[in-house]
Write a protein that binds this ligand. Structure first.
Ligand SMILES: [Zn+2]
Ligand SMILES: [Zn+2]
Length: 337
């Protein structure tokens, strides 16, 4: 059986579980691990049976619970390399230190690694773990990157090297890279990632396919370019953002710059933009359409629904184009095939 379960959708957290064959994938982990597990249980999905997490982009509402969840379950996280790097930069606290402080830190870490290796009885521990760095290994040019001596308030941030897993906020049990435009498989689920226009490092949407069913997840995009339209053709489940009502956003509480960002070509789809797609470009073939990432400040579920219904012009039937609205606060009941 194939199951598509939206656990949460909106600017406070996005997450969907897709089950196909013997594989269960979490798409984005935008809630805390605790909340994710709680919502999975509510939706009848067992958290411990998740096989992987796949991340669309590094914004907090898509990654908030990723480390804790991946660590707790010991499962891999799939990112594009650009998204992984951006995420790691965001979660790694920047350290201000001088060159000699950095060298001292490297030596200390080497000593700790050696002590751990010796305690675990690793043969050749001394050769393998002792003193991997010496002053001569860092060039004068490298040294310029550090704060001047004696320590001053001016310094270049340095990311810690090889921190122990428990100390490194960017540590994950396993990281797998994918590339937009290059389909791959996670167990029984085929994944086609595609680039979307959004103000993140390397944002992607996805089409998942299992047991002959195709399910698209496309939120966080400023407009729908041709490559995205092509990907959304022929899907059985279309989860598409309907983020804001233009008037509510214009008159709403956001600062002017944020309004500009949301409205831009790398922001979010308005109800009107989503409706225009449904009216003019959508092939009408999905069993379910899920309106997602509905803003709590700049939209009302009813406005999103009415715009989409009007655009579908009676194409909604008992079997096709059934409309659902994803919620921020509770899971949607699973769509099953
Ligand atoms: Zn988002
Ligand atoms: Zn985003």
């Amino acid at each position: 059986m194939v199951r598509f379960t939206v656990l949460a959708s909106g600017s406070k957290g996005n997450s969907t579980v897709i089950t196909g064959g013997n594989t269960r994938v979490l798409v984005d982990a935008g809630l805390s691990c605790k909340e994710l597990f709680c919502r999975m249980e509510l939706a009848g999905e067992k958290p411990e049976s998740l096989d992987a997490i796949i991340i669309s982009h590094e914004h907090t509402d898509h990654v908030n619970g990723v480390s804790v969840t991946a660590r707790k379950l010991g499962i891999p996280v799939y990112f594009t390399e650009g998204t992984h790097r951006a995420w790691a930069r965001i979660v790694t606290p920047r350290k201000r230190m001088t060159y000699s402080q950095w060298l001292e830190q490297c030596r200390q870490q080497a000593a700790d690694r050696l002590a751990r290796a010796q305690a675990e009885g690793v043969p050749d521990a001394v050769e393998l773990f002792a003193e991997p760095i010496s002053e001569g290994m860092v060039t004068a040019v490298d040294q310029e990157a550090f704060a001047p001596e004696p320590p001053s308030t001016e310094a270049t941030p340095v990311e810690s090297k090889e921190a122990a897993p428990e100390d490194d906020p960017a540590w994950l049990p396993k990281v797998e890279y994918f590339k937009p435009g290059e389909p791959f498989k996670i167990g029984d689920i085929a994944v086609s990632p595609f680039t979307i226009p959004h103000d993140a490092a390397d944002p992607t949407g996805f089409v998942f396919e299992a047991e002959g069913m195709r399910m698209a997840v496309a939120t966080d995009l400023g407009y729908i370019p041709p490559n995205v339209k092509a990907q959304l053709a022929g899907v059985d489940v279309l989860l598409l953002e309907s983020n804001h009502d233009l008037e509510m956003l214009r008159d709403g509480p956001y600062p002017w710059q944020v309004k500009q960002r949301v409205l831009s070509r790398v922001g979010h789809l308005s109800n009107d933009a989503t409706a225009a797609y449904l009216e003019n470009d959508y092939d009408g073939g999905a069993a379910w359409i899920v309106l997602a990432h509905i803003s709590e400040s700049n939209n009302l579920p009813e406005l999103a629904r009415v715009a989409a219904e009007r655009a579908l012009r009676g194409r909604g039937t008992l079997l096709a184009n059934r409309l659902l609205l994803a919620s921020q606060n509770e899971p949607l009941s699973s769509i099953c095939f």
